[in-house]
Ligand binder design. Structure first.
Ligand code: DON
Length: 571
């Protein structure tokens, strides 16, 4: 016994000494203390420090959440070229301080010349990379129209004030982070191959942290947008440059496509989870429906008792995800083209029936799970930012070019990157896209149709008041990352930063495997899961969640994903 005490005391002194010499932040982290700053007047959480600063400046100037969102969207198009964009699209979920909600769909559309079999060879096989790294990979961009629409409905400050920071960042340049330098270096070969001539992203030698990235063409493009609004992008010199690029590269987008592009206000879909109201994105996102299905599937189980990322919790969630993603493959698509059975997919009796063949004895093989059937139904590198203002208005926006840097093709002279969102359509029934997602008729390619998305910008209410603003990039893993972040807070009492930083796992029906971040599952859990037939594979990072929580005291607390350069600022 004395020996044991001696040993314990020496362990204790080593521990205390270590704490003493550690920086304060590290100590707090070790001890599980979250010292996240809290703010009263508003917050911006987004994927690049300079863009977060732009958003905060707008809030401080008296702009509201939508003003800040417009400014952040454009600032990210300069500072986060892999995902921030004007050549792509996205979704916004909005909730006013007085409780009205709305959503804006500024998702890209298939050009008029697109066709169902456009990526198939004469034998009917998908031509590799055609929907990804060619001019034909681009849908008609929606971001600029989306920002114009959002601003004209809800904005308070002048449009030009919201665009100017992007012009300044493009013209004067900004310091690149280590991560951006690495991203640019990694893609240099592709940029060179796909863009004959010069681009700002190619440099003699390698990019380094702290280098200044200047994008003068993009500054000029933004001047057009600042001065002419929608017409500055969909008409005039920028449109001419985009059409010339299409002609050069055998792309499909025409002047008429640009003129006809309009974003759409859609009624938010909503659901409940243990008294919390979930306000989220309807189709053409699959994310909102899938999120509500997942929450319903797990609601009656004691997740809190089982514990975060513990065996039973993981198994239940994986089995729910398997079923939800199977449904996604068959029933989700653009509601303007395909009758998505929203009500049937969300009926409590349907969700219960879907989970009926879940067994604690063994994993349900994905071959056994098919998309569900309902009686009476006739058959069909992204970035997220969360903003709240002093009046409690909240904007949750996810925007994308699809892959990192989209198609990696620049519009010559205009300086912006083209999306490769066409890959989110199903090129051929059952053939997986770049995220391994399969689809069929509901998500087949058609002119003017929007490709199905997983983007899940979401706002959560508690007792009729704002509770959380949340979303993430991550392709197919978006839905499960948003889901896990929400339950991390509601079930596992995690603070916002911890809920965002917590390790995640994911299952999407096909392939039949649990994808987990390194460290997400402890070894005992892994052994138990494997014994029940679950195959586990590991991935570097799943999602980059940026979220804001309103505390009981009415303060805002942010969660900026440590997986990226994500930044939270408030005042
Ligand atoms: O809309 C979608 O679901 C995809 N285009 C999102 C892509 C994405 O999140 C890539 N980011 N890591």
């Amino acid at each position: 016994m004395p020996n044991f005490n001696k040993k314990r005391n020496s362990y204790l002194s080593v521990f205390l000494l270590t704490l003493f010499f550690m920086p304060v932040g590290c100590v707090q982290k070790r001890l599980g203390i979250d010292n996240s700053p809290q703010y009263r007047n508003g917050m911006v959480v987004c994927a690049y420090p300079d863009a977060a600063q732009v958003g905060l400046d707008i809030l401080k100037k008296g702009g509201n959440a939508v003003d800040a969102a417009v400014a952040v969207q454009f600032a990210l198009a300069i500072t986060l070229p892999e995902a921030g964009n004007i050549g792509g699209g996205g979704f916004m979920v909005y909730r006013s301080g007085t409780g009205e909600s709305n959503t804006l769909d500024f998702r890209e559309k298939g050009p008029a010349k697109a066709s169902t079999d456009m990526y198939l060879d004469p034998e009917g096989n998908v031509i590799p990379d055609m929907s990804l790294y060619t001019h034909k990979a681009s849908g008609v961009p929606g971001s600029v129209d989306g920002m114009v629409q959002a601003h004209s409905k809800y904005g308070k400050l002048k449009w030009a004030e919201l665009v100017q920071p992007a012009i300044d960042l493009a013209r004067n340049g900004f310091k690149i982070t280590k991560r951006l330098a690495a991203d640019l270096n990694r893609n240099a070969g592709q940029f060179k191959k796909l863009n004959p001539g010069k681009t700002y992203f190619i440099k003699e030698g390698e990019w380094k942290e702290g280098d200044i990235l200047v994008q003068e063409d993009l500054a000029k493009t933004f001047e057009q947008i600042r001065d002419k609004g929608r017409e500055g992008f969909y008409d005039g010199v920028v449109a001419d440059q985009l059409i010339a690029e299409m002609k050069n590269g055998d792309g499909l987008i025409s002047k008429v496509d640009l003129k006809n592009y309009h974003s759409v206000w859609r009624k938010a879909i909503t659901g409940n989870y243990k008294g919390y109201k979930i306000i989220t994105m309807p189709p053409p996102s699959s994310g909102g429906i899938a999120l509500l299905q997942l929450l319903q599937s797990v609601e009656k189980y004691p997740l809190k008792r089982w514990g975060h990322n513990q065996d039973s919790t993981v198994r239940l969630i994986v089995e729910a995800e398997r079923r939800v993603y199977a449904d996604r493959s068959k029933y989700l698509g653009d509601p303007d083209f395909y009758k998505v059975p929203v009500d049937s997919l969300l009926k409590p009796a349907y969700i219960t029936a879907r989970m009926n063949n879940f067994s604690w004895n063994a994993a349900t093989p994905s071959t056994v799970i098919q998309p569900g059937t309902f009686v009476g139904y006739e058959s069909d590198q992204t970035t997220h930012y969360s903003i709240v203002d002093r009046d409690g208005n909240a904007a949750s926006i996810t925007t994308t070019l699809n892959d990192s840097f989209g198609s990696k093709i620049f519009v010559k002279g205009a300086g912006f990157l083209l999306n490769n969102e066409m890959d989110d359509f199903s090129s051929k029934p059952g053939v997986p896209n770049m995220y391994g997602l399969v689809g069929g008729k509901a998500n087949s390619i058609q002119p003017g149709k929007r490709m199905l998305s997983s983007m899940t910008p979401t706002i959560v209410e508690k007792d009729g008041k704002l509770f959380m603003v949340v979303g993430t990039p991550g392709g197919s893993t978006i839905i499960t990352s948003v889901f896990q972040t929400i339950i991390n807070v509601i079930e596992f009492n995690q603070r916002m930063q911890q809920a965002v930083a917590s390790k995640r796992f994911h299952h999407q029906w096909l392939p039949d495997e649990v994808m987990a971040e390194t460290g997400a599952l402890d070894s005992a859990t892994v052994i138990k899961l494997q014994a029940k037939g679950y195959k586990i594979t590991y991935r570097g990072g799943i999602g980059r969640v940026d979220a804001i929580l309103k505390t009981q005291q009415g303060n805002y607390e942010g969660g900026a994903d440590p997986r990226g350069d994500d930044t939270k600022l408030g005042w």
